[in-house]
Design a protein around this ligand. Sequence first.
Ligand SMILES: [Zn+2]
Length: 226
Amino acid sequence: MSGLTGCLNLGYQPIAFIPLHLYMPLHDDGYVKYASQWTKTALLKEDFEELIVYRNKLAGLNLIGIYPDQIGYGNISQRIKQTTQFIISGTQTGQHKIALPEHFCKVTDVNIAQNKLLCEGPVQASSEAMTHAAIYLADTNVNTVIHIHHHELWQQLKNIVTTTDITITYGTPEMANAMFDAVKAIEKNKLPKIIITAGHQEGVFTFGSSMKDAYETLMMFYHEHQ
Ligand SMILES: [Zn+2]
């Protein structure tokens, strides 16, 4: 080593300035943020064949699926008639193109203020189950909630249709409260039953009194914004 090199080596690396947006993740991590009390059980006794059919249709369109980094996205749920309970696709099940009954879970109770959720089934509920719960609580006529990820749809409809604030992230009580308010506003103003989550990348929710209703609302926007 020459004397000159030794003299110039100050023992630290040059600082590289990298624009902040390069550090931002392209999508959320999909992990459950609420306090979940999950009772692992055998297959659910309820009949939810229709839910599986629609879930698999959405997976066929890549609206429910898995990112290249193995993080699952999208979920779907169905209210158990005349109750506040619902059946929802399980967390990290997006890799299955064809879902089976063992990939679903029943949400039996939620407390949005305390961010607590009780569920039972062969898998744990989706990380966005609390958001689904808020929609069911806001409108007793809602029997289905669909949540998909689609970049173009999200980008084009953001702030055009009902949109939750960019500061609100997925799976939080803030998101649940924002969803509750959004559903109430949609009802009051007779707006289309679709919500964009500006603070949850690529996130689109639709809901309706039946599986067909929620799916058709989604497809109407999906075909218009391809
Ligand atoms: Zn999502």
